[in-house]
Design a protein around this ligand. Sequence first.
Ligand code: HEM
Length: 217
Amino acid sequence: MQRIEEKHLLVTRWTHWVNFPVLFLMIWSGLQIYWANDVYRVGALHFFPQWVYSLLHLDHSLAQGMAIHFFLAWIFVINGILYAAFTMISGQWRQLVPDRKSLVQAIKVTLYDLGLSKEMPPQGKYNGAQKIAYTSIAVMGAGSAVTGLAIYRPIQLSWMTSLLGGYPAARTEHFLLTMAFLGFFVIHIAQVVRAGYNNFRSMVSGIELKKEEAADV
Ligand code: HEM
């Protein structure tokens, strides 16, 4: 027997799905801007080789990148504030924020996912690894907004830029956060595929099918 359970509230689902295309375009337009002054290197090599820009048509489009990036940044910030405020007010944060057991549980989940352990750790709404990942991504979102503002208005917000270590440091922090977002995205999608359709649908419709536990006799 299966029963239907409500899993994700409407505001959580809306803010989650709005975030996806917005973040995608933020990263895309961010790379259009970065191309115009691509300073970061791994050893002697450019972080992004020229063929990446050419393949994705990211080169010679600085003005377009700036227009898209600086417009969508406001949507990203408003959407993020809405998500965070709703998560706090609705009490959903209790299931999301890591607790004392989360780190050990996250290690067990990772070992299980890698096939190195057969013991599946207990699952609440989110397991320890998810709690750590989802809370980190919210903090990273705030970090991207703050470091972005610091390099967008380094004169008007000079106090903020200084607190972040100055303009070049704030720019590096903004860049590293973007790379971390890309890393999160790859793992998140792999986990969503692995968790299956029932789990994916819960983020669309809000409901999840659960196996009825056998009654105690
Ligand atoms: C195609 C893209 C995406 C898909 C298919 C997807 C899918 C999902 C699904 C199915 C869940 C629910 C997991 C569960 O109930 O166990 C979830 C939760 C979550 N996802 Fe995504 N996601 C995508 C993109 C993103 C992006 C770009 C971000 C942020 C950078 C993100 C951040 C989150 C967060 C923070 C949660 C937890 C939400 C909460 O309950 O408050 N997702 N995602």
